[in-house]
Design a protein around this ligand. Structure first.
Ligand code: SF4
Length: 178
C-alpha cells in the first residue's frame, strides 16, 4: 500500500492526517523521554507493555523505527476541560482504540504498518504486565514517548505548532509504513 492510500483510509476514519518524517529517536531523546515517563505524571509508567519500563529497549526503539520508509501524523481533538483528568483519560483511551482499529484494518488490507499513540494500552481489562507476556501483541499500540519521540519537537518537524488549550485536548498518533 502506498502512503497516500493509507492516509486516505485514515482520513476516512475521521482522523486529521498529515505527511510526517520518519521519527529518528536517539539515545539522548529516549533518555529525556524516559525521565519524563519515570515522573509518572500521566499514571501510565509501569502499568502496561505499551510504556516504559516494559516497552521496547532504547536500542530496539532506534532499530525498529529505522526500518520504515514513510510516516503519517494522526491527530484528533476532543472538546473537554484538560483539567478534568477522568474525561481526558477516557478520550485518550478512545483515541488509542481508534488508532488500534485503524491499524488492524490497514494490516488486513496487506499494509505493513506500525502504529504508535499517546498513552498506555487499554486493550485488555487487566494487563498482564509485568507477570506474563502481552496477551495480544497484535493489538498493542505502544506509547510515542516510550519510543523516545519528543512530540512537541516532532509536531514542529511536521510543520505544525504544538499547543495546549483551555477547552480541548489534542491526541497524537504516528503511523509508519514499510
Ligand atoms: S494488549 Fe493487553 S496485555 Fe498487551 S499491553 Fe495491552 S493491555 Fe497489556
Amino acid at each position: 500500500m502506498r502512503i497516500e492510500d493509507a492516509k486516505t483510509k485514515l482520513k476516512a476514519r475521521g482522523f486529521d492526517v498529515r505527511k510526517a518524517p520518519i521519527p529518528g529517536p536517539t539515545l539522548h531523546t529516549i533518555s529525556k523521554c524516559r525521565e519524563r515517563c519515570e515522573s509518572n505524571e500521566c499514571g501510565a509508567y509501569g502499568v502496561t507493555w505499551a510504556c516504559p519500563p516494559g516497552s521496547a529497549t532504547p536500542g530496539e526503539c532506534i532499530e525498529m523505527l529505522s526500518g520504515y520508509g514513510s510516516a503519517a501524523l494522526i491527530t484528533r481533538t476532543y472538546e473537554l476541560d484538560p483539567r478534568d483528568r477522568r474525561a481526558a483519560e477516557a478520550a485518550a483511551l478512545q483515541f488509542q482504540d481508534d488508532c488500534r482499529k485503524a491499524a488492524v484494518a490497514l494490516r488486513e488490507e496487506g499494509a505493513d504498518i506500525f502504529m504508535m499513540a499517546d498513552g498506555k494500552c487499554g486493550y485488555c481489562e487487566s494487563c498482564t504486565y509485568p507477570d506474563a507476556e502481552c496477551k495480544h501483541p497484535e493489538m498493542l499500540v505502544p506509547s510515542i514517548s516510550g519510543f523516545g519521540i519528543v512530540m512537541s519537537d516532532y509536531v514542529k518537524e511536521c510543520g505544525r505548532e504544538f499547543s495546549f488549550f483551555d477547552d480541548r485536548v489534542e491526541f497524537f498518533g504516528i503511523m509508519l509504513l514499510r
